[in-house]
Design a protein around this ligand. Structure first.
Ligand SMILES: [Zn+2]
Length: 116
């Protein structure tokens, strides 16, 4: 079964983001909700190239109640993980992500899964 390989889920509220995500770092996140038996249902995957904490604050108060996250050692690692998460969880058919992840500005890195 596919895994995001992230910590959580945690409530997607500002003070919980700050309590959990304490490093300023590139990273990845999944947004969604938990079902009755505490299973995290991922609806959206994303990344930040420089500060995953800051990016998660952009999502509070919107359509998702829980988040998971992980730190990445580099921008490239974050991009490649986002691609794997995107494909593992069904891409644009299953997720609310309408577009395939873009490589960071100034790079032409290819998706490790589909090569795009
Ligand atoms: Zn791909």
């Amino acid at each position: 079964m596919a895994s995001l390989e992230m910590k959580g889920p945690f409530p997607l509220i500002d003070n919980e983001v700050d309590r959990q995500v304490t490093r300023e770092s590139p990273g990845n996140y999944g947004l969604g909700f938990t079902s009755g038996d505490d299973i995290f249902i991922v609806q959206y995957v994303g990344r930040s190239d420089d500060d995953v904490n800051n990016r998660l604050h952009d999502w509070t108060g919107k359509n998702y109640s829980k988040f998971k996250y992980s730190y990445a050692n580099s921008t490239k690692e974050a991009f490649q993980k986002e691609c794997r998460n995107y494909h593992d969880f069904g891409g644009g058919k299953e997720l609310n992500n309408k577009m395939h992840p873009d490589s960071p500005d100034g790079t032409n890195w290819k998706c490790p899964v589909c090569g795009n």
